[in-house]
Design a protein around this ligand. Structure first.
Ligand code: NAD
Length: 431
């Protein structure tokens, strides 16, 4: 039976339909206005360079053939090869992937990495596929997007519901087609085939480095602070573990099935062990532990809120009820522009996605550099360089925010947009 593809549109407070791409463009326009960006340059950045839609036929285990739709979008490549993750999720659609590709351009620019922005995804519920089906889906998707990817052109990485194994299949499929092993075509690979130490933890580690810097800047004390984390996958679980190690009490966490809360704090390692066995965070039990919905988790009284799942979670509908004093966006696009304004008025300190979760792409960059040089760095080296780059980006953004009296998201987009605009201007418009 053919699958109906619908554009997933939400509504804002005035009930107008908008997509994540509209959300991204609103952020870009606000930053462009603030830096007085030349209109011709802005027009160019307001378009994706290219977008590929592919169909992916997969032989299922029961003999049927199922067809899935996949995407790979390059938003902008003026600063270097396209870089961005691949997502498997039933809600994936072109507007979402375009927005995620735009945020990758901005993220790489805010970190000053020599990359442009890309994103890919397949509209599939990976939880319903066997391992063999997932492998066949990944290999066929790779083959379909192979006209775009390559170590010098476009380097994918993991995102929601893809992982190191997915990257290994992509690397192998691409290598088979070119006739030699090409580890530099993807990052987030297993260590055995050119992955980097520290890549698995990089996104969560980067989140925690920026939280530490934000606490210092605000004169707040991190040990003893409380945190709630929405989403307990790669980004959320590592952030929970490293926040706990920094003395933060993680009082609430959730996954797609709901969450748990405990005022005395949850054990991040025990939660990770439950997830590793295929369980849900709500399987966690103990004294004073109760269940919460994902919506309740966001409104939990705590110092630090870490959205680490999907886009558009903090909206004009719930922003005024949030209690956290700091929001560290491990997820991409979790806060709508309307919610940003509400939170700014409430004095909530936002660590925006393109800064807070940039640890992932930063260590992906380190992995790519190591692959190109066929020389690997130690874990301490990776973590030290990551810390240095994250702290430096934080301070650049923070200074911009202070000097212009704007929130950290607007400041981050101003820094990034200026860099993309400068590169565009210097290169000129072809022909
Ligand atoms: P993941 O697949 O490892 O984990 C996703 C987690 O989110 C799972 O625990 C899942 O149960 C949960 N989840 C899914 N839908 C949910 C919902 N509606 N409500 C609450 N929880 C839900 O994915 P990840 O790699 O950790 O990515 C999470 C977010 O972080 C995404 O927005 C992604 O774009 C962003 N991000 C990831 C990386 C990275 O390196 N993995 C880097 C930068 C940003």
């Amino acid at each position: 039976m053919p699958v109906m593809i619908e554009k997933k549109l939400k509504t804002d407070s005035a009930n107008r339909a908008y997509s994540p791409w509209d959300h991204a463009m609103a952020q870009m326009n606000a930053a462009a206005k603030k830096i007085g960006l030349n209109e011709s340059i802005l027009k160019k950045i307001a378009y994706c360079k290219r977008a590929l839609i592919v169909s992916i036929p997969v032989k299922m285990d029961d003999g049927r053939v199922e067809v899935f739709e996949g995407y790979r979008v390059h938003h902008n490549v003026v600063r270097g090869p396209a870089k961005g993750g691949i997502r498997y999720h039933p809600d994936v659609n072109l507007e979402e992937i375009k927005a995620l590709a735009f945020w990758m351009t901005m993220k790489c620019a805010v970190m000053n990495l020599p990359y442009g922005g890309a994103k890919g995804g397949v509209r599939v519920d990976p939880k319903k596929l066997s391992l063999g089906e997932l492998e066949r889906l990944t290999r066929r998707y790779t083959s379909e997007i192979s006209i775009l990817i390559g170590p010098d052109r476009d380097i994918p990485a993991p995102d929601m519901y893809t992982n190191a194994q997915t990257m290994a299949w992509i690397m192998d499929t691409y290598s088979m087609s070119v006739g030699y092993s090409a580890p530099g075509v993807v990052t987030g690979k297993p260590l055995e085939i050119g992955g980097s130490y520290g890549r698995f933890e990089a996104t969560g580690r980067g989140v925690v480095v920026t939280v530490e810097e934000a606490f210092k800047q605000n004169g707040w004390k991190l040990p003893g602070a409380t945190a709630a984390i929405q989403g307990f996958g790669n980004a959320g679980s590592v952030a929970a573990k490293l926040l706990s190690l920094a003395g933060v009490k993680v009082i609430a966490v959730s996954d797609s099935k709901g969450g748990v809360i405990c005022p005395q704090g949850l054990d991040a390692e025990r939660l990770m062990a439950i997830k590793a066995k295929g369980g849900r965070v709500s399987d966690y039990d103990g004294k004073n532990v109760s269940v919460v919905t994902n919506a309740e988790l966001l409104e939990t009284p705590c110092d630090i809120l870490v959205p680490a799942a999907m886009e558009e979670q903090i909206t004009s509908q719930n922003a005024s009820r949030l209690k956290a004093k700091l929001i560290a966006e491990a997820a991409n696009g979790p806060t709508t522009p309307e919610a940003d304004e509400i939170l700014w008025k409430k004095n909530v300190f936002i660590l925006p996605d393109i800064l807070a979760n940039a640890g992932g792409v930063t260590v992906s960059y380190f992995e790519w550099v190591q692959d190109i040089q066929s020389y690997s760095w130690t874990e301490d080296e990776v973590n030290a360089r990551l810390g240095e780059l994250m702290r430096s980006a934080f301070h650049t953004v923070h200074q911009t925010a202070q000097q212009n009296n704007v929130h950290m998201r607007l400041a981050a987009h101003m820094v990034a947009l200026k860099r993309v605009a400068q590169a565009t201007e210097i290169r000129g418009i072809y022909p």
